[in-house]
Design a protein around this ligand. Structure first.
Ligand SMILES: [Zn+2]
Ligand SMILES: [Zn+2]
Length: 392
């Protein structure tokens, strides 16, 4: 089959690789009908996530048709149409039972690699390095899905793939970010990053009762999408724009009730601290560039909530923890507990409350994917979301 493979930092290749096979009785093989490139795939492309190996198959946002199931798979049969969550959960450990699916204790065979850095490992993820389980991803024609009784969501309607594909990650991730923001009716919510997760965080914030959402980015196509959802936008790249001042001005000097960091570890900043982070990460003295996190801690109102769906990987410098303490803010974060959100959000799509396909700007083939990684990284061609048809 054909698959998009990571060959090294800033190097992707579409290669012919062996078809996946059932390895254990709970596996299913899915014939991928649509897959997408995620913002967090850029952290792999840019070499920020260790333990990638040359030839690893990329991709954690995919859906398709069940091709084959192992003898222990009772919930699926050949021909079923499914969306697969990017986190792999066993369904039976103490964390799965508590519905902390992203903390599953049984799905990362390389947990010892994570334990060194994190104390404990979270769930295995598709296409996201060996320390996250070493699972082949879904930017391919076929993919092996472990614990297939637990993760895949059956799609039993005739909605096109593009309307349900994003239930695999970014829609639930944006929704959990809004839920983690503890929004009360009438609140003002600020969202840093109007990429795909930011977009769904904005839409979800309104669903959960926010009166106003202030969206912060520097790319006009993303700001335009945010405005189409009803957000007020702040372009931080404009001369004389200070995000902190703008947020104060828009909230009568109080600050937003909740702040959502939908950017994560590769934040861009045109302030001095941004230069500091670029130098420190280049010298391997810091692993992440947390300029959005710093700004959000400063911007949120006293007693407010900071929700962090943006991915962080390691050690952060100069985070104003004193400000977080002094203002008594709540922070909530982490990988998405996908399995809690997929079905209720599918129902919202079926009812027509949201059409997640509005963010798609590019529809491509597997052969075009390596070049599009570069376009996505460089934010060229007004790219907002790339969807791949593996059979085109
Ligand atoms: Zn993703
Ligand atoms: Zn589990």
């Amino acid at each position: 089959m054909k698959a998009v493979c990571w060959m090294g930092k800033s190097s992707m290749e579409t290669r012919t690789v062996p078809d996946p096979e059932l390895i254990n009785p709970h596996d299913a093989i899915i014939k991928v009908t649509r897959t997408a490139i995620c913002g967090s795939d850029l952290h792999l492309y840019d070499g920020f996530i260790p333990t990638m190996e040359s030839g690893d198959i990329m991709g954690h946002e995919f859906m398709g048709l069940v091709e084959e199931v192992g003898p222990e798979v009772a919930n699926l049969k050949r021909g079923d149409r499914v969306v697969v969550p990017f986190t792999i959960a066993c369904g039976n450990c103490i964390f799965c039972k508590k519905k902390f699916w992203a903390a599953c204790d049984n799905t990362n065979p390389n947990a010892h690699l994570m334990e060194k850095a994190y104390g404990y490992s979270g769930a295995g993820l598709f296409g996201y390095s060996h320390m996250m389980g070493g699972y082949a991803g879904g930017q391919a024609q076929y993919v092996r899905v472990p614990f297939a009784n637990v993760g895949p969501l059956k799609i039993e309607n005739d909605l096109p793939d593009e309307k349900v594909l994003f239930l695999s990650d970014i829609f639930p991730t944006g929704y959990m970010a809004a839920e983690n923001a503890q929004i009360q009716p009438g609140d003002t919510v600020a969202v840093w990053g109007c990429g795909p997760v930011g977009q769904f965080a904005i839409a979800s914030a309104f669903m959960l009762g926010a009166a106003r959402v202030i969206a912060i980015d520097r790319f006009q196509e993303r700001l335009a999408l945010a405005r189409s959802l009803g957000a007020i936008t702040v372009d931080y790249s404009e001369e004389d724009v200070s995000v902190l001042t703008a947020l104060k001005d828009l909230t009568g000097g109080v600050g937003p009730d909740s702040c959502i960091d939908a950017v994560g570890l590769e934040a861009h900043s045109n302030e001095l601290q941004g230069v500091y982070d670029v130098v420190k990460t280049a010298l391997f003295m810091e692993t992440d560039r947390p300029s959005v996190l710093r700004q959000a801690i400063q911007a949120v109102r006293k007693g407010g909530t900071l929700s962090i769906p943006g991915v962080y990987g390691g050690l952060l410098d100069k985070v104003p923890f004193g400000a977080a303490f002094g203002k008594g803010i709540t922070m909530k974060m982490g990988q998405t507990n996908m399995h809690n959100y997929m079905k209720p959000l599918l129902e919202r799509v079926e009812k027509g409350q949201i059409d997640p396909s509005y963010i798609i700007s590019h529809r491509i083939t597997l052969e075009q994917a390596p070049e599009m990684y570069k376009v996505w990284r460089d934010k060229k061609e007004k790219v907002t979301k790339i969807v791949i048809d593996p059979w085109a």
